[in-house]
Design a protein around this ligand. Structure first.
Ligand code: VL7
Length: 138
């Protein structure tokens, strides 16, 4: 893991999250609620295992993996799918491929302008999220 991605990050923008959720098949009522959420990312690495927590007032989602090692992912509480996932480095980007019922599904994280960037994609829809690093209390 690039140590650069690790830390606690607060969402500052979220473009086309609705389009991404439509592509996932999320219903209208849940989408409406989910769109209002300010998400947070907590990214940690220990002994080669990376853990990404997506936190919000409504739901939390945790995903742990080793880069380069395929794993079974269940998107419990989200769109509730079983996926065959694989995270790899593509240059400076940490890229996840999620094989399941939806085509071209995955995400990519990288740092730009000192901020954590995330692209979530599914069946041609791309959601772009940006997170600002939360300064740790001294
Ligand atoms: C995970 C949610 C929309 C259902 C609730 C919205 C709650 C907060 O895959 C993701 O992160 C990756 C990369 O950082 C690591 O797992 C994004 C949030 C996307 C999809 C489905 C809406 C219900 C949002 C958990």
């Amino acid at each position: 893991m690039a140590a650069g991605l690790c830390g606690t990050w607060d969402m500052v923008s979220n473009v086309n999250f609705d389009g991404y959720m439509v592509a996932l098949g999320v219903g209208a009522a849940l989408r409406k609620t989910a769109l209002k959420l300010k998400q947070k990312k907590v990214i940690e690495e220990k002994d080669g295992v990376c853990c990404i927590k997506t936190l919000s007032a409504l739901r939390n989602y945790t995903c742990s993996f080793t880069v380069g090692r395929p794993f079974d992912e269940v998107t419990k509480g989200l769109d509730n799918q079983r996926l065959k996932s694989l995270v790899r480095w593509e240059g400076e980007k940490l890229v996840c491929e999620q094989i399941g019922q939806k085509l071209n599904r995955g995400w990519a994280h990288w740092i730009e302008d000192g901020k954590l960037q995330l692209e979530l994609f599914c069946e041609g829809q791309v959601c772009r999220q940006v997170f600002r690093k939360k300064e740790s209390a001294k």
